[in-house]
Write a protein that binds this ligand. Structure first.
Ligand code: ZN
Length: 160
């Protein structure tokens, strides 16, 4: 297994900038560990250090198609009475004892007097993604990384 570090610029179909690693640390992943979207990883397999590549990833190989069942209205009465619900707020669903980790992150997209509209789709669901990738470094994974199932940062510092 290899550990790959790369810089990227991510745009959508209409050319809008969605995300970029420029000015920060490169993205680093352990091959086969699911740290990055599958459609990107599969197209970086053949890359070598220093390569620059344009990669197009269809929505289904990125964050998936939008799931309409994850967008719904919740009655206000389901929220704590004094909570000031604002568009853009994010939360997971589940009470004590439930597996909250498994819940998608829901974002409040609209509020009315009686209801709060939430959407649990990833913000990039349903979008084809266009990456400009520059491979910074490719190295063999360390035994520690292989046992943890993810890449550690450059210089070997441990982050989780
Ligand atoms: Zn680790």
């Amino acid at each position: 297994m290899r550990v790959v570090s790369f810089h990227y610029v991510l745009k959508n179909k209409s050319g809008e900038l969605l995300d970029s690693s420029s000015g920060g640390e490169p993205m680093t992943y352990l091959e086969g560990s699911g740290q990055i979207i599958p459609g990107l990883e599969s197209q970086l397999k053949s890359c070598a250090s220093g390569d620059k590549k344009k990669v197009e990833v269809k929505a289904k190989d990125a964050y998936g198609e939008k799931d309409s069942e994850l967008a719904f209205d919740v009655p206000r009465t389901q929220f704590p009475p004094n909570e000031d619900i604002q568009v853009g707020m994010q939360f997971k669903i589940g009470g004590p004892g439930s597996d909250q980790e498994a819940s998608p992150v829901f974002t409040v997209v609209k509020t009315s007097a009686t209801h709060v509209s939430v959407d649990g789709n990833h913000p990039l669901a349903g979008q084809d993604l266009f990456f400009d990738v520059e491979i910074v470094e490719i190295r063999a994974a360390t035994p520690e990384e292989l046992s943890h199932g993810h890449a550690h940062g450059r210089g070997g510092h441990h982050h989780h």
